[in-house]
Every structure is written in C-alpha cells, then in structure tokens.
Design a protein around this ligand. Structure first.
Ligand code: PEP
Ligand code: MG
Length: 849
C-alpha cells in the first residue's frame, strides 16, 4: 500500500493547522484524538504512543516528529491513517528538539514506508518544510505527504541568508568536534535558519556533522548568516560563542605542543648504523606514542567488509528495520557508556571522553535519516546504515585535515559498532586474540580496537593511516605502547611473523634488523625498564610528606583481577570498589552467591589491606534496563544511589547479605553507601545493615558514606555521629555543587573539582568528620591529580583513592612536600574566585610546597 493510492489515509479532518499544544504529551493526546475520531484507532493508542516515546526517539529532525504506537500493540489500529498537527510555535519533543509538524502514524501494514520516504525527501527541502509549518492550506500538507512527486535532494546552497557577519577562524586545530558541538548547540537555541559559509560551501549551523564536513582550518574566512524571527539575536549570540572559544582552543593547542616538544627532547634510540635515505628496510611514519619495542609483525585485517544488501525485489519490512536500527543504536550507546566507564577506570577520564564523544556522534539525527532514506528506497538495513556512515565520514576523510580524518575514523568506529549489532556476522575480528610479542600492523585502528588491546601481548603499533592526534594514538600513549601512524602503503608488502623494531619516539619501523641493532635496541629497552623499576620502587614507598605526615593511598578497582596491577602501582588498599559493574553487563540481577564470590575474590586479592566496597549506586548515568526503573526527566536528580537502595530492598538486602557473609568468612571489608543526602537515610540504611548482621551472626564492619551532595557535606558534623568514615565523591560533588551535568562534554572544562566552592565543602566535611574522630577519604577523579592531591592533603583529607595509573605521580607529589606548605596552599586556594585561579597557584613561585 502506498499513500498515493489510498486517499483515505490522510483526509483533511486528520490535519490540524495551527494546533495549540501545551507540551509533547498534549501533542500525543491531540494526535491520538484525531486518529480515534476518524475511526483509525481504538482507545489505548495514545498510551501506546507514549510507551513508544519512552522506548525510542521518534524525532526525525528538521522539526518533524513521527510518533507511532508500539509494534506489539498493532491490534489497537482499526485502519491505517496519519494525523498531522501543525504546531507553528513548535513543541519541545526531547532535549534540544522542537517539532513543528507532528506526523502521528497509525499503520498496521507497510504504510510507514511511503510516509517515511516522503518525509525523508521532504527534509532535504528546507524552504518547503518551513512553508508547511506555517501554511494555512491543509492541501499543501496533503500534497507534500500524500503526493507522488518527490522533492529531489538539494545540496546546501552556498549563498548567505538575510543578515550576516564575517569571522576568520582562529582555532589552531581548526573546527573539531568539541567546538562544532558548541556552535550547533548555540544555533539550535534559535528558531531562525542559520548558515555557515566557507567559500562555495555552506553548512546548517545546527548540524554538527555538516559543520565538520566543511573541514575548516585556522585562517579560513567564514560568513555566518541567518534568517527568521530571532535572526539578529542568533547571530550576536553565535558571534560571542564562536569568538569566546578562541582562548580555550589556543590554550589547549599550546599545551599539546609543549607535551610533544618535551617528549622529543627526552631523546630516543638510534640504530647502530644510520640507514640510507632510500633503505627499503626503514618505513617512516609519524610518531604517535613514544618508546621502543622489538616484536613480530602481525597484520590486523581491517579492510572493508562486503556489506550485504537486501535481495532485489525483497525490501526490508520498514517498521521492523526501524525497530532493529533503534535497538542497535540503543545498545551501542549502552556499550559506549560501559566502555567509557571502563576506560575511565583503566586509563582515566580524559581517555574515557573519547567514547563519550562517540556516543554523541550517534545522536546525530542525520545518520538515522540517511539510513531511513536508503531503507525506503528498498535497501537492506545493514547496507543503509553503512551508507549513511560512509556518506558522512568519507568527505571528512578526503579533506586531508588530520583532525577531520580523526573524526571520520571515530564515525566509522561507532558505525561499525552499530553494524555488528545489526548483524553479528559483520563484526570485525577483535585484536584481543593476538600472539604474544606482537607488533600490530593495520591500515587503521579504531579507538575501540585500541582500547581492547592487551598490552601483555602487543608490544607496538604501526598503522598505514591515521594521525598523531587520532583517538587511537591517544589511547596507545596511555597504554604505554610505542606507536607509529601514517606509515602509508609500504605496510602492505610486509609479511606476518617477520621480526622488526618499532621506534614510537622517532616514528619509524625497522625491518630485518641486524643482530647489532637488535642488541642495541634490547639494551635501550633494558635501560628503560631499569628506570621504570626505580620508579616502581619509589611507588612502593608510603605517601608521607617530608615532615612525616602520612596519607593512605587506595585504588579504585572493581575486579580482583585488577588488584595485582593496582598493588604494583603502589596501592595500599582499595578505597572504592564500585559494585554497579556486577549489575551493568548482564541480563538480570546477580544473585547473593554471585556477589559473595566477587567480594570474597577481591578480599582475597587484597589480603590484609583495607577494602572499601560501595553499595550499589544505580540511577543517574548508570541505568540497568532489567530493573525497569521509571524514566526520569533528570535522572541525576532522581531515584539514585541510597534513594534507590531504600526503595528497592530486593537490591539492598541480597547485597548486604553477601557482604556480611564475606565478612563472616574473614574478609576485611568496609561498606559505604552512595549519594547520602540526610541523616534519616543513613539511619535507615544502618538499621537494615544491623538487622542483617544480627540475622547472619556476622561481625561488625565499618559502615561509611559517600559525600557527594552539598547537603551531606554541610551536615558532615551530624552525619559523622552515624557514619564510621566518609569518602568524598568529588565527581558528583562537583556536579551537584556547580550544577554541571558530569556528562556534558561542552561544560567539561568548567566542571573542575578544584572550584573553591567544592574545596569549601571538602573543608567542611573534614571539619565535621574529625570532630567525631572519623577519617575522610576522597575517591573522585581529583584524588588522582598530583596538584589536587596535595591540596586535598592540605585540607586535611586522610586517604586518597584513585585509578591505579595515577598512584605513582600522586605519591611522588606528596613525598616531595611538607604538610604546612600544603596547608598554606589549601588556605590560599579557598580564597580564590575560580578553579583556574586555584590551578594557577601551581605555577606561583610564592607557593612553596
Ligand atoms: C564520585 O562521584 O566522585 C564517585 C567516586 O562516584 P562515581 O564516579 O561512581 O559516581
Ligand atoms: Mg558518585
């Protein structure tokens, strides 16, 4: 069935021009009422549409939303039909999305196909869309949605709109993803059309991908133009935002340059005889991660896989394909969240940001729209998705700009992730199964590949493509793997198993090395290892200041397998074992027995050392689908952490039973509760713990709390009567104190835990705790920052717990300072006006530490 041969699908009474709509729920209500009145649906369809909204995003982009019912509730549809609400003022659909045409679809069969095809075509024709959202003639809407004439996709015209200003891009690294996100977010706050033009090419300022596709470099002259009711406002705001980002972009580029210069100055290895310029046994590339490694080449086949298309004449069922795509996207986002979480723990927050940004790329509606277009043209789902990714990535790669090439690689990486979820047969081979002593050769490596490498097997990386600023290169540096990128086509002639030396510092791969070169490289590597061993010996020393004040140092780890590495880095215990991981990567809650085993294993791995296990902190950014938690507008301000534990005894009780069982069996553990905001919460949790302990005849264990919200910090003095210890979660404390969503990439530079307001709350916590003889730790990210760690010690914090990799530098910092100097530093920091000023104290010659 198609729209054009079924005039009954869109009769005029199903169109409401200039609908007055209070909010999204009201829009659904009105659309459902129209469909019901026309005899298309039975009662219950509105609820079905609302359920669908909770499960998937029905916003197509460019002001169009296509609400529809749940797939398994099609029996609520009596006959196919669509209702259109024209909302001239727009209705907020989801965060950052405003719908002006709400196209509610009631379709039992394949009516979605025709509608989507027209809508997706129509979306390429922005002027016509704008007319439709204002027209007073319902026939225009019927013609656009039900007519057969297609509107051919048009390239963005390279002309300017009514009002404009010129600006020369002065970001040293060009327009990369982060500033582009900020431009697009600013543009989306206005209803006017806004265009950014560079020479003959123009982009829609609301669309981050289209901005990136312009491939803008420092020095490019741009024209920003706008047309619409708030055009003047939009342009003046954009001007402030784009120019305001210059200082930050310049500072970041200078920092990166300084790091590169320092790495180069550190010197590297040279072969015994300098090779000839044209020596075919030397392949030159670009240094991406320093260090030297000897190993055997192993090629990772990452070439494009053939993506199957639908068989001719047998198109996909569009509704099913759309559902599969939504499911794959949702799962990919979940995976990226878990990967970011894992990377944050293994390698640190900065590297985790790579995967958070990848998730952001997936949110671009243009990808789904392009995939829908191919689907409605009769292509298969995997093919359509791959095409949408390639159409976005290829132009960026071709521009010859290293930053854009990096973004193209990220886009392909997320695209590949989704592809593997659409059809597992299309999954790329994982680099995890590599022989020991491998020098990995590949055309390119995605961040996902690199993050998944096992440094115990892989000694070095060489890629034909990629740039030193690519996310894979950043990850290789963190993993400590020497890496060379951009080595070109010469890699294609190499054979697996051949011995080679990779010099990550000099950016070279040496093939068929002579015995003399191998011996010299081995000596260099041994000397390097000797230096590392000296560092390791220093790591094992306690974190005592020069005047003998000792700070306990813990590791934030979740698995017993991570304990040996943490101990090798100098951890003296575990200050934070997050237990969410037990719940996040499975299909149902772990049993009491599962949990007991995990806690026992960690306790055994830690021996006599202290182990602080945190009770489940679900909610906020950590969602578990099988718990069926209600969807919340602001999950970070909702039922999270202790609030959830108190409402869901089926989660709290088995966990406490498992913990007390481990304690009864000799585990030396402490337990702390997350997200405490008040005394009654803590008292209630203690009561439950006491009851379970008595039932199980288990020994007492210290029960502490996390200080993560300002109320808890301010009430520390009172909470200390019931808590045996405090551990400050500065990640959340910063989020709640500064009102900055911890996942917001745009505000990330401002979400600095060294903000004086956060420091003041830490000082208040220490004061309240020490008044009752309780110890205070910090287990948020700032504990792993050497300067931050010194400041926290100066504020009186007794314990610091961090990602294992951060421990050596923190210990070195504390061992190099005297407590009175750190206290003076803390005093000064509390008097500063912002976090930048606090950080600047690190460079202040008057600050002695
Ligand atoms: C924190 O909030 O600082 C913390 C350590 O907890 P999480 O990061 O797990 O929320
Ligand atoms: Mg927290």
């Amino acid at each position: 069935m198609s729209l054009s041969n079924d005039p009954g699908l869109l009769p005029r009474e199903l169109i409401r021009l200039d609908a007055k709509v209070a909010d999204k729920a009201d829009a659904l209500r009105q659309a459902a009422a129209l469909l019901a009145a026309a005899g298309c649906t039975r009662p219950g369809f509105e609820a079905s549409m609302a359920k669908r909204e909770a499960a998937a995003d029905t916003f197509l982009g460019r002001g169009i939303a296509i609400p529809h019912g749940m797939l398994d509730e099609r029996d609520l549809i009596q006959r196919d039909g669509i209702a259109v609400l024209q909302v001239r003022d727009g209705v907020r659909w989801n965060e950052g999305q405003t719908a002006q045409l709400v196209v509610a679809i009631a379709a039992r069969s394949d009516a979605h196909i025709g509608i989507l095809r027209r809508l997706t075509r129509l979306m390429q024709d922005v002027p016509r869309l704008e007319r439709l959202s204002r027209t007073e003639n319902a026939d225009e809407i019927i013609a656009a949605l039900a007519g057969d004439e297609g509107t051919a996709p048009a390239a963005a015209p390279a002309t300017d709109l009514g009002q404009s200003f010129d600006w020369v891009l002065d970001y040293p690294s060009g327009l990369h993803a982060r500033p582009a996100t900020e431009w697009a977010e600013t543009a989306r706050r206005f209803s006017s059309r806004i265009r950014v033009r560079h020479g003959a090419e123009a982009a829609d300022a609301r669309n981050m991908l289209s901005l990136l596709q312009l491939g803008l470099k420092a020095g490019d002259a741009l024209t920003f133009s706008a047309e619409g009711p708030d055009a003047a406002d939009a342009l003046s705001t954009l001007r402030i935002v784009v120019a305001g980002l210059s200082a930050r972009e310049k500072a970041q580029a200078a920092q990166a340059e300084a790091k590169r210069a320092a790495a180069q100055a550190a010197g590297g290895w040279q072969p015994v005889h300098a090779p000839d310029v044209d020596d075919a046994r030397v392949i030159d590339g670009v240094s991406a991660a320093p260090g030297l490694a000897i190993g055997r080449l192993h090629r990772l086949e990452t070439g494009p896989t053939e993506i199957p298309d639908a068989e001719p004449g047998k198109p996909e069922d569009l509704a099913r394909a759309a559902d599969r795509l939504h499911a794959a996207l949702a799962r990919a986002r979940e995976q990226l969240r878990a990967l970011a979480d894992d990377t944050a723990r293994r390698l640190g927050e900065a590297d985790a940001g790579i995967f958070r940004a990848q998730a952001e790329l997936l949110s671009d509606p243009a990808l789904v729209i392009h995939a829908s277009q191919s689907l409605v043209d009769g292509h298969g789902l995997a093919w359509s998705w791959n095409r949408a990714i390639e159409e976005a990535a290829e132009p960026m790669r071709r521009l010859g700009n290293a930053i854009l090439a990096g973004r193209a690689a990220d886009l392909r990486d997320v695209g590949q992730r989704v592809l593997a979820l659409i059809d597992p047969v299309l999954a790329r081979p994982t680099p995890a199964e590599l022989p020991e002593g491998t020098i990995l050769i590949a055309d390119d490596l995605t961040p996902t590949d690199t993050a998944g490498l096992d440094p115990a097997r892989v000694r070095g990386l060489v890629t034909a493509q990629g740039g030193p600023t690519s996310h894979s290169a950043i990850l290789a540096r963190t993993l400590g793997l020497p890496a060379v990128v951009g080595a070109g086509a010469a890699l294609s002639r190499l054979t697996d198993g051949a011995e080679a030396i990779v010099d990550g510092t000099g950016g070279r791969l040496y093939l068929e090395p002579s015995e003399a070169d191998l011996a010299s490289a081995r000596a260099w590597i041994a000397a390097e290892e000797g230096r590392r061993e000296l560092d390791a010996a220093a790591r094992a020393l306690p974190a005592a200041t020069t005047d003998g004040h000792r700070i306990e140092i813990g590791a934030n780890i979740n698995l017993a397998e991570q304990a040996p590495f943490a101990l090798a880095q100098g951890a003296e215990g575990v200050g934070l074992m997050r237990t969410e991981f037990l719940f996040l990567e499975r299909a149902e809650s772990p049993t009491e027995e599962d949990q007991y085993q995990a806690y026992r294993a960690m306790a055994e791995a830690m021996g006599d050392r202290p182990l602080v296990i945190r009770a489940l902190d679900i909610g906020g950014d950590k969602q578990v689908s099988y718990l069926d938690l209600p969807r919340e507008e602001n999950p970070f301000l909702g039922v999270r952490g202790a609030r959830l534990l108190l409402r869901r005894p089926e989660l709290l009780v088995p966990q406490l039973r498992a913990l007390y069982r481990a304690a009864r069996d000799g585990a030396r553990i402490s337990v702390m509760f997350p997200m405490i905001t008040s005394e009654p919460e803590l008292i209630a949790l203690r009561e439950t713990a006491g009851r379970i302990r008595a039932e199980m005849k288990a020994p007492e264990i210290p029960l502490g709390i996390m200080i993560e919200v300002p109320s808890a910090a301010l009430l520390a003095d009172r909470l200390a009567r019931y808590a045996d210890f405090f551990s400050i979660g500065t990640n959340d404390l910063t989020q709640y104190t500064l009102a900055i969503d911890r996942q917001n990439p745009v505000l990330a530079p401002e979400a600095d835990s060294l903000h004086p307001a956060v420091l003041a709350l830490i000082a208040a916590t220490v004061k309240g705790a020490h008044a009752h003889g309780r110890w205070v730790g910090v287990c948020g990210g700032i504990a792993g920052d050497p300067f931050g760690a010194g400041l926290l010690a100066g504020l009186g914090v007794d314990e610091l717990s961090m990602t294992p990799r951060d421990i050596p530098a923190v210990k070195a910092r504390l061992r190099g300072a005297a407590l009175p100097a750190l206290q003076a530093l803390a005093e000064r920091a509390l008097a500063m006006t912002d976090a930048d000023q606090v950080r600047a104290l690190a460079l202040d010659p008057q600050v002695e530490s």
